[in-house]
Design a protein around this ligand. Structure first.
Ligand code: CA
Length: 226
């Protein structure tokens, strides 16, 4: 669950990045349209927050080129207070939502969650696998009805695997989706996190498929069929 924030105003960009990291997302920032387009074509983001007025390439052009490249991830535009025509143009170009600048961070976070929920078509943000329930909205995790505390990174890893139950997720794919540019940690930290998650959620909750990656079973015994 990695998100890109393209915004040239440094203070606002930092606030948005920080707000999303608090929600356990891995978040990168970009300070102009070119950097934004470069990042969105190179990393597996789940959504992009895109300012309209940007240096180098404006938000419309970034959006237009993304869609031309068939990058279909949801885009939320940040528009000026009086930018009615901007909103219309953005939606015509394939933006999924917009926020008018001056929004508060709570609303921002709620709108991002709603955007992701629509994309995943998960009714109420609840993921379930075996005896584990994970709420993407509240960040709460239960195992057999008991509350479990996961760190932000552990939560992100479990959410990624539980979003695709029964599917093997390659190590590097998982890694790229749960870290962001502030993480210079080695990929073997993934092993450390997985080990800690197993202590909390059960030894067999995350299966290692040798040479292929990790798996959370949709139902018992899935991994044996692989
Ligand atoms: Ca701007």
């Amino acid at each position: 669950m990695r998100i890109l924030v393209v915004e040239d105003e440094g203070i606002l960009r930092s606030q948005l990045v920080r707000a999303l990291r608090e929600e356990n997302f891995a978040v990168d920032g970009a300070e102009d349209g070119e950097e934004g387009l470069y990042k969105v074509t190179n990393w597996p983001y789940e959504t992009v927050i895109l300012d309209v007025v940007l240096p180098k390439l404006d938000g419309f052009e970034v959006l237009r080129r993304m869609r031309e490249l068939e990058i279909t991830i949801p885009v939320m535009l940040l528009t000026a207070r009086d930018g009615v025509s901007d909103r219309v143009r953005g939606l015509d170009l394939g933006a999924d939502d917009y926020l008018v600048k001056g929004f508060d961070l709570k609303e921002f976070k709620a709108r991002v969650r709603a955007l992701l929920r629509r994309r995943r078509r998960i009714a109420d943000n609840i993921l379930q696998a075996r005896d584990v329930t994970l709420n993407l909205g509240t960040g709460m995790v239960d195992r057999a009805g008991e509350r479990v505390d996961l760190t932000g990174r552990e939560f992100a890893i479990v959410a990624e695997l539980m979003s695709n139950p029964g599917a093997v997720i390659a190590r590097n794919q998982l890694y790229e989706r749960v870290v962001d540019e502030t993480d210079d940690s080695m990929s073997n930290l993934l092993d450390v996190h997985v080990c800690n998650i197993r202590k909390k959620l059960g030894r067999d909750f995350i299966r290692t498929i040798r040479g292929r990656g990790y798996l959370v079973e949709a139902k018992d015994g899935d991994w044996e069929a692989l």
